[in-house]
Design a protein around this ligand. Sequence first.
Ligand code: G3H
Ligand code: ZN
Length: 286
Amino acid sequence: MPLMTVKEILTPVSSGWAVGAFNVHNLEDVQAVVNAADELEAPVIIMVSESALNYAGADFIRSIVATAAKRVQIPIALQLDHGKSLETVKRSIQAGFTSVMIDGSYLSFEDNVALTRQIVEYAHQHGCSVEGELGKIGGKEDDLLVEDADARFTDPRKVERFILETGIDVLAPAVGTAHGLYKGEARIDFPRLQAIRQATKVPLALHGGSDLSDEIIKEIMRSGVEKINVGTDLKIAITSGIKDYLSNNPEEIEPRKVFGAGRERGTRLVMEKMRLFECVGKASLY
Ligand code: G3H
Ligand code: ZN
């Protein structure tokens, strides 16, 4: 199937299930995600961060994802994750990404609105959907580090104005999840999440979806979140597959075997997440 936008992927989602959005860096990561989604007939969002974009090349990664999508009959979207500037957004859209996230969380409310609105104008002209961030999500995502002290929860009273003034298609709120592994118990502010949900009908994206208990994920889904981002758990699965293979076969030099072991472990992880997100079989809704 041709690539869809994230907005299109999230449109049929109703309370109780969510679409998984997975961060990828290379061919094997893309295959791990698409193989899992194909096996389970699930819609899926593939995300590429700015640093992964610089590592793989926007055109390379887009070609890999588009080729993978052509081979299967499931809905797939390709989104730039945590884009910081119009330049990166343009680069990914020109390469054929269907969606972008603009992360203006390092700016004041007014400047975040101004940058996000500029991105929305450009992206919508090119048929792409846009996710914007309000508040500031903490933790470490690739090269992006937000110290705990700098993280800022989303004010539900600002949600309507942010969405109205920017025209975004998806909102990423900060409600206590963080990028990377949690230092202690994850503390999600569910009343805040519910107040944000009440404030808008625009789909919500939950960042920092790794390292959370199944109970927390279920509560997040019950709170009406449509998109759940997973980066770190997939990185851990893939690299641990590679490490295990090499420790059992220290003389192996065949990349297909080494990276294939990582890909296999990644596929299993994505399938587990999809079962948890209850999006199995939902490809038929599109
Ligand atoms: O934007 C990507 C995500 O929010 C991933 O977060 O690495 O904690 O799963 P994570
Ligand atoms: Zn994120």
